[in-house]
Design a protein around this ligand. Structure first.
Ligand code: DX5
Ligand code: ZN
Length: 220
């Protein structure tokens, strides 16, 4: 089992002092920046958009993992590529022509991700899994940080892991929502490669230590 990637979610950072929290991620054992873009349509909340990501991009020393919780995400593929996005994730539920969107993301030189809502069965990815670099499995309903982890996720991770191996795909599994020291190890054991953590990291007294502990816990 390779070492899981910890991806702190900037949604839970201090927006009045964003540079400080960007440096937390830069100076920690975190592997990626997780950036949640919400449009108030696909999800009830509105978060941040291009100007903020452009500012983060100027200071971030690690890959940008952008999670689009927006309708018609295919409209903005080029814009996110220009902002320095490494992995661009669209929601399955927001994509009428998912296969075309995945090809368009890759054509811009980015890794292509697909996010699944808690109610969406992993079997819907059967025909596209070989084209997907990352599946972002939502372990809360998308839209807000700080929600409780949905326990059914463990089973879904196992199902997805099986689908990936059956199809001979090299897709990474990312878990997003309610990740803490209580579920991190079990998620990695079930097959998770990337753990997104927002409030657990930035709501803690020492986020750098929290990231380190999360990383250590999942390596044991
Ligand atoms: C939720 C977002 C998550 C969120 C996770 O819609 O996709 O990335 O920031 O936050 P926590 O870790 O607080 O559940
Ligand atoms: Zn997210």
């Amino acid at each position: 089992m390779s070492q899981p990637i910890i991806a702190p979610s900037i949604l839970a950072a201090d927006f009045a002092n964003l540079k400080k929290d960007i440096d937390v991620v830069n100076n920690s054992e975190a592997g990626w920046f997780h950036l949640d873009v919400m449009d108030g349509v696909f999800v009830p909340n509105i978060s941040f958009g291009m100007p903020v990501i452009e500012a983060i991009s100027r200071h971030a020393k690690k890959p940008l993992d952008v999670h689009l919780m927006i309708v018609q995400p295919e409209r903005y593929i080029k814009d996110f590529a220009l902002l320095g996005t490494n992995t661009l994730t669209v929601h399955y539920e927001a994509s009428t022509h998912l296969h075309r969107t995945l090809q368009a993301i890759k054509a811009e030189g980015m890794q292509a991700g697909v996010a699944l809502n808690p109610h969406t069965n992993v079997s819907v990815l059967k025909d596209t899994i070989k084209d997907i670099d990352l599946v972002c499995m939502m372990s809360v309903n998308p839209g807000f940080g700080g929600q409780s982890f949905i326990e059914n996720t463990y089973e879904k991770v196992q199902e997805l892991k099986q689908l990936i191996s059956e199809k001979g795909a090299s897709t990474k599994i990312e878990i997003d929502g309610g990740v803490t020291n209580k579920n991190a190890k079990q998620l990695v054991n079930a097959g998770a490669d990337v753990l997104v953590a927002g409030s657990y990291v930035f709501g803690s007294e020492n986020p750098i230590d929290t990231i380190e502990n999360l990383a250590a816990l999942t390596q044991q």
